[in-house]
Each structure stands twice: as structure tokens, then as C-alpha cells.
Design a binder for this molecule. Structure first.
Ligand code: FES
Length: 159
């Protein structure tokens, strides 16, 4: 199914759900979120708004339900890679590590890989300086990185 048809199919289904569920129903929102995730692979901001509108709930409720449903993603990105660019990590060799991360992924900071799977960004100090250079992937720390470790780690998530 192409994107345009998917959108139409999704809207039809939302309409149907709005008739099946009572106004403001969280069960309805959950079902709509699951349906959206299955159809598009994630629940974009635009789809969140449509769900809130059709099921007559506040946007915040949709957000909260997404937060508590692990299988629902808000973007196609599977891996959020954050490199520390703070001065103490730099002293411990983060410049080489960052170069290795960028070269292996083939993207720069604030860019997403072509397949949409990996997003690269920076943070200026994680307050974990003694264990640096540090990289964080999906909230998990990788300490004492060097260029080879960084390269291997990136290759792992690219697979
Ligand atoms: S400078 Fe990297 S964690 Fe502080």
C-alpha cells in the first residue's frame, strides 16, 4: 500500500473507532495507537493529533499513553546515539571517538541515517567525565570509548 492509501485507510479506521468507542475513551486511543504503529511503523505528531481529535481526548493523554506503551514509537529512528562533546571527554580522546562514530555511520551531528534508523546528536557533558569518552545509545551509557570500540559499536547497531 502506498503512503497516500495508508493515510486514507488510517483515517477510515479512525472514523470507525470514534463510532465504536465512547468519546474520551483511553481504550480507543490505545487501539488507535496500535493500529497506527502497525500501519506506519511509528506514530507521528500529525497522527497523534488525529487520534486525539477523532477520539476526543487531550493531546497530553495520547502522549502519556505512548510513553507507557513500549511497542509504540514516535519516530522511525531506532537508535539515538549521543556523543559527549564536553571538555573532559575531549581530554580523554573523544575527538577521535567522535570522528570514528561519524565516519562509521556516514552522518554528521543532528543527522539521521538514510534508512531513518539512527540519529546522531551531541551533549555537552553527561556528568560522567571520569569514565569518558562517553557515548549514550537509547539512554544507555558506553564508557571509556576509543575509536575502535566506537567503530564496532556503530557497526553493531547498523546491522
Ligand atoms: S565531559 Fe563528557 S561526561 Fe563530562
Amino acid at each position: 500500500m502506498d503512503e497516500k492509501n495508508k493515510e486514507l485507510y488510517f483515517l477510515e479506521e479512525l472514523k470507525y473507532m470514534s463510532e465504536r468507542f465512547e468519546s474520551g475513551s483511553q481504550e480507543g486511543v490505545k487501539e488507535a495507537l496500535r493500529f497506527c504503529q502497525d500501519t506506519f511503523g511509528y506514530v507521528s505528531l500529525a497522527h497523534q493529533k488525529q487520534i486525539a481529535e477523532f477520539l476526543n481526548v487531550d493531546d497530553k493523554i495520547v502522549k502519556t499513553l505512548i510513553k507507557f506503551t513500549k511497542s509504540i514509537k514516535e519516530s522511525k529512528t531506532e537508535f539515538e546515539v549521543i556523543c559527549c562533546t564536553g571538555p573532559r571527554c575531549a581530554k580523554n580522546g573523544s575527538i577521535e571517538v567522535i570522528k570514528s562514530v561519524k565516519n562509521t555511520l556516514g552522518i554528521d551531528f543532528d543527522e539521521t541515517s538514510k534508512d531513518g534508523k539512527i540519529r546522531l546528536s551531541t551533549q555537552n557533558c553527561f556528568k560522567q567525565c571520569s569514565k569518558g569518552p562517553n557515548i549514550m545509545i537509547n539512554g544507555k551509557f558506553y564508557h571509556n570509548m576509543d575509536k575502535n570500540k566506537a567503530e564496532n559499536l556503530m557497526k553493531e547497531i547498523m546491522e
